[in-house]
Design a protein around this ligand. Structure first.
Ligand SMILES: *Cc1c(COP(=O)(O)O)cnc(C)c1O
Length: 439
């Protein structure tokens, strides 16, 4: 099947995500046939370096032999069973391992990031309800706060705490209200202000709000260290420490949305580690299966878990999804964690990250600012008057065999951890050319 006939059929039958479909009259879809390492191959055999890890999910390359083998092995024994009333080894083993890694217990599963956000929000709300039920005069903690420019997914609950206008504004009448706290994204700092001072200033503003509203606040949800969808907005880890302090002081849950930044992306297994904090809830997805199968998890403290543990059914968390704890997805996640255990991934990434940012210095000859890096996330902002820059840069890079997906004027790399030296050279060189041609 050629590219041409596949894309015609796709346009007639598939509604693609995050897309104004009419734009495909001008920008053709790319039918992908296979993947290998950091490379994707289209139906005509042209190859593209996947510099965005297929929307931030892939950690160890496409067609990874170890993850593939684990799924195949699981496929021969049990593909799926419902998790209400039943359990199985892959979900138990994964939950034990995630508990050990996060310091939080009792993993609750779903299939995508937005559902993990929903679960954490509902659990937090329900915790306060259980805790205060039957106690007259107790606070009514039903509200949520998040950061400016935050992204937590696009189902209605998650969109309620997301702050990206193009995704949110249309649906505003359907959404629960939440308040947004000043973002510590360092790009928003004053010219003479350090990242740390700016983070502390934002934390002080957070405290002012929380001090006033804590009686009605259930939780503060944040993307630790990097607001990815905001255009890789990095911030100083002291903000995490302060947020933890403030939430503890005023009895507000801290929900860490590590859906994008978890599993080594920021340099540590989880971004929260860099602020030396333990959140009350952690949301995980994306890289959890190495980019193989949809899976998400929410883990929480034993204290929170205990407030649901009761003779009353209604005090339990009755939420569910059909594919909760799917054994195939869990086996992919276990294989992914096994690679972290055996291959010294975090240490190797440290060296690779330094190498990539070093090679990226060549890009400073272009009109760019805020060249930045956090672990295996790399970004900079292009100064250009071209209002079509993001689309044209994407197109130009694709022509050269590089998959980039600029967010506005922010160009970023979030490559699979397995990217090699020559592949890094290719990625940086083709990025240079694409920006040169379109900025
Ligand atoms: C991608 C993402 C989500 C949503 O995950 P989906 O699987 O796309 O629903 C939520 N939070 C963050 C921080 C994300 O990057």
């Amino acid at each position: 099947m050629t590219n041409r006939s596949l894309l015609t059929r796709s346009l007639q039958s598939v509604w693609h995500p995050c897309t104004q479909m009419k734009q495909h009259e001008i920008f053709p879809l790319i039918p992908i046939k296979k993947g290998e390492g950091v490379w994707l191959y289209d139906a005509d055999g042209k190859q593209y370096l996947d510099a965005v890890s297929s929307w931030w999910v892939n950690l160890f390359g496409h067609n990874n032999p170890r993850i593939k083998a684990a799924i195949k092995q699981q496929l021969d024994t049990l593909e799926h069973v419902m998790l209400a009333g039943f359990t199985h080894e892959p979900v138990i083993e994964l939950s034990e391992k995630l508990a050990k890694l996060t310091g939080l217990g009792h993993a609750f599963y779903a299939s995508d990031g937005a559902s993990a956000t929903e679960i954490a929000l509902k659990m937090s709300f329900h915790y306060w309800r259980n805790l205060h039920s039957g106690t007259p005069g107790k606070p009514n903690k039903t509200k949520f706060i998040s950061l400016q420019n935050s992204y937590h997914g696009e189902t209605l609950g998650a969109l309620g705490v997301t702050d990206v206008a193009i995704f949110k504004d249309t649906y505003a009448p359907l959404l629960m209200q939440s308040a947004q706290m000043p973002s510590p994204d360092f790009r928003l700092a004053e010219a003479d202000e350090s990242a740390e001072d700016f983070a502390l200033r934002c934390a002080a503003q957070l405290e002012l709000y929380v001090a006033q509203h804590h009686a009605e606040l259930a939780a503060f949800i944040i993307e630790p260290l990097v607001q990815c969808a905001a255009g890789m907005g990095l911030y100083h880890p002291v903000y995490l420490a302060k947020a933890r302090e403030i939430c503890t002081k005023y009895a507000v849950h801290l929900i860490a949305d590590e859906i994008a930044v978890g599993f080594g992306r920021t340099g540590t297994m989880f971004a929260c580690e860099q602020g030396n904090i333990q959140p009350d809830f952690i949301c995980l997805s994306k890289g959890i299966t190495g980019g193989y199968l949809p899976l998400s998890a929410v883990l929480t403290t034993d204290d929170i878990y205990q407030v649901f543990y009761d003779d009353s059914t209604l005090r339990g968390f009755l939420h569910s999804h059909s594919y909760t704890g799917n054994p195939l997805a869990c086996s992919a996640a276990l294989a992914t964690l096994a690679i972290f255990e055996s291959d010294n991934v975090l240490q190797k990434n440290l060296e690779k990250s330094a190498d990539i940012i070093d090679k990226m210095q060549a890009l400073t000859n272009l009109p760019i600012k805020h060249l930045r890096c956090q672990g295996m996330i790399f970004a900079f902002d292009v100064t250009t008057k071209n209002a079509q820059f993001s689309k044209q840069c994407y197109q130009a890079a694709m022509q050269q065999g590089l998959l980039l997906r600029p967010i506005g004027n922010t160009v970023y790399f979030m490559p699979p951890y397995t990217i090699t030296e020559p592949e890094i050279d290719f990625m940086v060189k083709m990025t240079f050319d694409a920006i040169k041609a379109t900025a």
